[in-house]
Write a protein that binds this ligand. Structure first.
Ligand code: SAM
Length: 489
């Protein structure tokens, strides 16, 4: 095999490409108008330009060179000689600059990203959508796919990518999947039977429910997986902890190993994805719980907190009456001192009303008073320009949530998320979970139980040590807390 090392190979001089088509060369400077024209051609079926351009903006992240090099090191530990390398979402083709391989093909939708590419002679960038070709003969799929949230994926893009992946892998990608998940599956589908996938993707893929189908796909094939969790702040702009993830199709022992990068750049092996001996808290589905059992439910997503929840000042300014027009709610517990264990009149006043926090939710379960009507009429349409509001017959009419007995924060840094007894009967909104179906005695037991446990090792940390417990994990903990009362679940 004629192998050339990316670093040492001589760089291709790139001259011209076909409009909206296959481009085996980089480009000289072009105007923004030309760039957009080209992008519009290539993304015609993705959806409206606003959505496409938002997606492309979110993609603009360059992988630090030391991370590109580290990714290649993992590859070359497992493959001494490499034939074809494919990079979906290649940017300036920087993954072609390391490693020894025969051929590198990078797919990049945005011509602007390849403008200054200095590629080795055996590397090529194609100005195509990654999902437009069917590749099945890659030895290595490498790269850093876009980290774009599911909400920011253009509808047409999502539909096309899902169809391609369903056809090629039989996997139905979750509607909650972020862009990198589609690229991950595409990479796996594009490899030979003994190929190797090496991607920079969020570490959370090892445990998030929205990635379950992909994990199951890999497990069923029994491919070996190694996940190297990187120290925080590798990507300053992206709020997630990243990993170098290796899937080796040639090693079919079904072994998954987890490592954490140390300050010195080495790795230590972790006993489980979360780092603790007990592993990640499992996710309990709603259908697995009895109707009368204690349960945690997500905070209300009213469509827009900006206008459907109000601070004390806003409520007073619009003349909205407590009880008649608005009811207490909380959208965060973050600022609450650790020793406040109860949300009662006094703590609600001090930590919400007096300091201008959002603390009132408009009532949608009774006929609106004239004052509330006038307030809703006064809201400029731009303030409720969200998918949820626009899909409603009346943009503001959400289903009024019940009052939970306990309020729990979704994110936490300490041993357990903040939890308070909800004496005032505030509604849980946004990133505050509510716990329902508990008696006063159970509430006390639960608070004591949660104040006593440490779940840091059982939840995968996000950026800067912040952890986020999923509602279905909280339900698992409820079952654990009441194991004696509900032994069958
Ligand atoms: C996170 S960046 C990584 C760029 C480069 N590989 C790097 O590591 O620095 C992801 C790239 O994917 C490109 N991209 C996004 N969607 C694409 C698609 N459907 N087809 C091809 N490229 C795409 C973006 O334009 C962006 O350059």
């Amino acid at each position: 095999m004629d192998l050339a090392c990316g670093r040492e190979g001589c760089f291709q001089t790139l001259a011209e490409g076909r409009q909206g088509g296959r481009m085996t060369s980089a480009l000289g400077a072009e105007s923004e108008a030309e760039r957009i024209h080209n992008l519009i051609q290539l993304t015609r079926d993705w959806g409206v330009w606003d959505a496409v351009s938002l997606y492309l903006d979110r993609c603009q992240v360059d992988t630090p060179m030391n991370l590109v090099e580290a990714t290649w090191r993992h590859v070359q530990e497992l493959r001494a000689s490499v034939g074809k390398v494919v990079d979906f979402g290649a940017g300036d083709g920087r993954f072609s600059l390391y490693g020894c391989y025969r051929e590198y093909v990078g797919y990049e939708i945005d011509r602007d990203r390849c403008n200054n590419a200095n590629l080795p002679t055996n590397a090529v960038l194609l100005n195509y959508c990654a999902f437009s070709d069917t590749i099945e003969n890659a030895d290595i799929c490498i790269g850093n796919p876009p980290f774009v949230r599911n909400q920011d994926l253009p509808d047409g893009w999502r539909q096309h990518a899902s169809n391609v992946l369903l056809k090629r892998t039989d996997v139905i990608v979750s509607g909650l999947a972020n862009a990198w998940q589609y690229f991950f599956l595409l990479a796996l589908a594009s490899l030979k039977d003994d190929g190797l996938c090496a991607l920079v993707i969020p570490y959370e893929w090892v445990s998030r429910p929205s990635v379950k189908a992909l994990r199951n796909y890999i497990s069923t094939q029994r491919w070996n997986v190694s996940v190297y969790r990187l120290v925080d702040n590798t990507f300053n702009s992206v709020l997630t902890t990243s990993s170098i993830t290796i899937v080796d199709k040639a090693a079919r022992d079904g072994v998954w190993t987890y490592f954490e990068e140390t300050g010195s750049g080495d790795y230590t092996q972790l006993p489980s994805p979360s780092g603790g001996p007990d592993g990640v808290i499992t996710y309990l589905r709603r259908s697995e719980m009895g109707k009368s059992e204690p349960r945690a439910i997500r905070g209300l997503s009213p469509g827009t907190q900006k206008v459907l929840t109000l601070s004390e000042g806003e409520r007073a300014r619009f003349g909205l009456k407590m009880g008649r027009d608005v009811v207490p709610c909380i959208t965060t517990l973050r600022h609450l001192p650790a020793d406040v264990k109860e949300l009662n009149e006094a703590s609600f006043q001090t930590y919400y009303r007096d300091i201008g926090r959002k603390c009132w939710l408009i009532r949608t379960d009774t006929k609106c008073s004239k004052t509330l009507d006038a307030y809703l009429d006064s809201v400029p349409p731009a303030d409720y320009h969200t998918r949820t509001c626009l899909e409603r017959a009346q943009w503001w009419r959400f289903n009024m949530p019940p009052k939970p007995e306990l309020l729990v924060a979704m994110s936490f840094r300490g041993r357990f998320p903040k939890i308070v007894t909800n004496t005032i009967g505030a509604r849980a909104v946004g990133s505050v979970y509510g716990i329902y179906n508990v008696t006063v005695a159970q509430t006390e037991r639960l608070t004591a139980y949660f104040n006593d446990i440490d779940i840091r090792d059982r939840v995968v940390a996000h950026s800067n040590g912040l952890r986020k417990i999923e509602v279905n994990q909280l339900n698992t903990l409820l079952i654990e807390a009441f194991a004696d009362d509900f032994p069958t679940t």
